[in-house]
Design a protein around this ligand. Sequence first.
Ligand code: HEC
Length: 155
Amino acid sequence: MLFVLLVVLIMIALMRFNLTALHEPGPTETRLANLFKHYFIYRASRHGIPPRPKDTKASIERGGSHYGLDCSVCHADDGRSQRPLGQWMYPRTSDLTNKRVQSYSDQELFWIIQNGIRYTGMPAFGDIESPDRVWDLVNYVRTLPGDSQKGDSAK
Ligand code: HEC
């Protein structure tokens, strides 16, 4: 009897479910997705990330121009994701300046840019950008939170 009830409940839940991307994912879904995502990214990025370029300042400059070409279309120039394209994806494009994103290690950010994030709009750049270029992007993403406060940094 309990089993039948359970099956009926699951069927009702499935009938209500649809694939709309209109609404922003709810807090529970977001929390759960972030939990799994951070774990998988942590696990995948522990080995095999190539060494970073030595000259960080030059790397940030190169990263800035590539960011404009590769990333701004979704994440916006300041990384705070106000672009319409990123705002209507499911999940929404991340704010690259927020604490959660900046709490990734450099290796984890490298992995994300190289591999993308499956089941989201975040593309993989590993086939079109060399490892050095990916490091340039990581270094540039690190400057985004300070950008709005300082205004003129890294530009
Ligand atoms: C086509 C749109 C699109 C482009 C282009 C894009 N991103 Fe993303 N990005 C996304 C979306 C959507 C997410 C949110 C994924 C999620 O919620 O897990 C994301 C998430 C991220 C994250 C954070 C992951 C997290 O846990 O929230 C980083 C870092 C990131 N992008 C960096 C970049 C960089 C650097 C570039 C350029 C090389 C770039 N993205 C280009 C759509 C895009």
